[in-house]
Design a protein around this ligand. Structure first.
Ligand code: MG
Length: 254
């Protein structure tokens, strides 16, 4: 199934996408949302970020080749950090370049896990039952500030630094999906999620032993090699097999 959020006459609502239509739901899928009578052509509605999480937990250095491109040793346990929910934007929304503080802003295409129920201290084997589905995320990063600050909050937390979408795919095995990132139509990242150091289920289990995950929370599972800088005017797209394409543009601060 494909769950989305979209604007219906100016109101943000949940939906299920079937046969090119968004069928409105009366609540979030993890709150027992059921189909209402209304349906809207997918091409006619504004698709929103498909999540309203309390937190985005992101994993750093989760692909061997990405660790290598930064000359970092492989982590023994997942390195986790949090991106604020206020950084979220939806498909086709603009990433605002924070030129008042940063001069090096990178894209990081990643597979995002959306949690489906209260998740605490789950084992790897029980993790799949806690997952609602998967979507694409761009873990936008002010690389110069990440180095300067020595921790990630500012570098990863600017408003608009978490483009996510376009929708949540529920029927998907996340363990060997092709993940690609394009900058202005040129391919920059192209890897399989099978190259993760800590797989999706291991990551969910690990994070749940640190903090309680709530329905709708997101885990960004780390970026493959090929990260690079963006500038105002650029278009960046994260494409994941079985999910779809998340496209955003970069704009300057005005
Ligand atoms: Mg990342």
């Amino acid at each position: 199934m494909r769950y989305c959020r979209f604007l219906r006459e100016g109101v943000a609502v949940w939906g299920i996408i079937e046969d090119g239509y968004c069928h409105e739901l009366d609540a979030a899928p993890y709150d027992g949302g059921r189909k209402k009578s209304g349906k809207y052509a997918l091409n006619d509605v504004k698709i929103l970020a498909p999540v309203t999480p309390t937190k985005i937990v992101a994993i750093g250095l989760n692909y061997k080749a990405h660790a290598a491109e930064f000359g970092k040793p492989l982590p023994e346990t997942p390195l986790i950090f949090i991106k604020p929910s206020t950084a979220i934007i939806g498909p086709n929304d603009a990433i605002v370049y924070p030129s008042h503080m940063s001069h090096r802003v990178d894209y990081e295409g990643e597979l995002a896990v959306v949690i489906g129920k209260l998740t605490k201290d789950v084992t790897r084997d029980n993790a799949p039952g806690c997952i609602l589905g998967y979507t694409c995320i761009n873990d936008v990063t002010a690389r110069d500030l990440q180095g300067k600050d020595g921790q990630f909050t500012r570098a990863k937390g600017f408003d608009t630094f978490a483009p996510i979408g376009p929708w949540i795919e529920t029927a998907l095995d996340p363990q060997a999906l092709r993940i690609e990132t394009f900058l202005n139509g040129e391919k920059r990242q192209d890897t399989s999620t099978s190259d993760m150091i800590f797989g999706v289920y291991e990551a969910v289990s690990f994070v749940s032993q640190v903090m309680t995950l709530l329905p709708g929370d997101v885990i960004a599972t780390g970026t493959p090699p090929g990260v690079g800088k963006m500038k105002p005017g650029d278009k960046v797209e994260v494409v994941i097999e079985g999910i779809g394409r998340l496209a955003n543009t970069v704009v300057g601060r005005s």
